[in-house]
Design a protein around this ligand. Structure first.
Ligand SMILES: Cc1cc2nc3c(=O)[nH]c(=O)nc-3n(C[C@H](O)[C@H](O)[C@H](O)COP(=O)(O)OP(=O)(O)OC[C@H]3O[C@@H](n4cnc5c(N)ncnc54)[C@H](O)[C@@H]3O)c2cc1C
Length: 287
């Protein structure tokens, strides 16, 4: 099948894109890499009156250092995140996670902003940005606003963006010292069954601080396991500490059954993968 007819606009600035979106209230969408949008249009899961192409807004593709913060343009391709030395230095968690997004072709076109707005609960980028405490910058007719990742999602495939807003940048605070990520998928590059990411800082006395633990694929949005992480604050991440946190992480999940796995299987995997990720975090940090 092919997409139903739509009008195509090529925007050369964010303001122009916002104007086009406003002309078709609720019936237009931004197209970035098209890796999720085009299949949905071709399968007629969506019918839109207008597409607004932001690929010709050059400033949206940047990755920049601004003091302690790192700012990624919404149009930064997955492949750029994967190969950029700046990303490896400033956003190593995301750079490691992005390798699990689809295949080479998908990563060559797909963008970080598109992944965030697509809001797939199994998506690697939404989980990584949540765990890193990022905030998204969006521009609409009323100007620019910032939304913390913690409140960006309303549910599965649903964000708090207005129909005439464009996601322009993702702003990351200083990256934690240490990170670990694992996911379980039936084949590498498939949408995952579940994923777990953890970050933290290890003090010279061997105690861990500022731990953040996030899970993907086990609720309608990526979730932070705040209480589980709080249990580990000041600990040395012993096997007993980790076992307690792995059980506590079950409190935040609400898994669904789908073609990839049952809800029961996902729940079974949560403590297993939380334990493995926290052990990886501990073992990667120099003693
Ligand atoms: C074969 C295949 C395998 C895949 N595997 C994975 C996987 O393993 N993990 C994973 O996370 N994803 C996977 N994906 C999905 C894909 O990687 C991302 O969802 C995709 O890259 C989204 O980025 P995009 O730039 O292509 O967005 P598009 O498809 O262009 O847009 C997606 C949505 O976001 C909106 N949008 C995009 N940019 C903006 C913006 N700046 N402001 C406002 N709205 C915007 C669009 O209107 C649309 O609703 C896969 C896709 C395919 C085709």
């Amino acid at each position: 099948m092919k997409a139903a007819d739509f009008v195509y606009f090529r925007a050369t600035s964010v303001a122009e894109a916002v104007n086009y979106l406003s002309e078709y209230p609720g019936e237009s969408r931004v197209i970035a890499g098209g890796q999720s949008l085009m299949p949905m249009l071709n399968m007629r899961l969506w019918r839109l009156s207008a597409l607004v192409d932001i690929n010709h807004v050059p400033e949206l593709g940047r990755l920049e250092v601004k003091g302690e913060e790192t700012v990624a343009g919404a149009l930064l391709r997955h492949a750029a995140l994967e190969t950029s030395s700046l990303a490896a230095e400033r956003l190593p968690l995301l750079a490691s996670m992005v390798k699990f997004v689809g295949d080479r072709q998908v990563r060559n076109r797909g963008t970080i902003g598109g992944s965030l707005v697509q809001a797939d609960p199994t998506g690697e980028m939404p989980l990584g940005c949540l765990v890193l405490g990022a905030r998204v910058r969006v521009q609409g007719p009323g100007g620019v606003r910032e939304i913390p990742m913690e409140t960006f999602y309303e549910g599965s495939y649903a964000t708090t963006l207005e129909f005439d807003e464009v996601l322009t940048e993702i702003v990351f605070p200083k990256h934690p010292q240490h990170f670990a990520f694992m996911e379980f998928a039936r084949r590498h590059g498939d949408f995952c069954v579940l994923s777990v990411a953890a970050t933290g800082n290890r003090s010279p006395d061997g105690r861990w601080r500022d731990l953040r633990l996030g899970l993907g694929g086990v609720s309608d949005t990526p979730v932070l396991a705040m209480e589980a992480a709080a249990l580990l604050e000041g600990s040395r991440l012993t096997d007993d500490d980790i076992a307690a946190a792995a059980q506590a992480a079950l409190a935040v999940i609400d898994p669904a059954s789908d073609i990839r796995a049952s809800a029961e299987y996902r729940a079974h995997l949560v403590p297993v993968y939380v334990r493995r990720v926290l052990q990886k975090l501990r073992n990667r940090a120099p003693a």
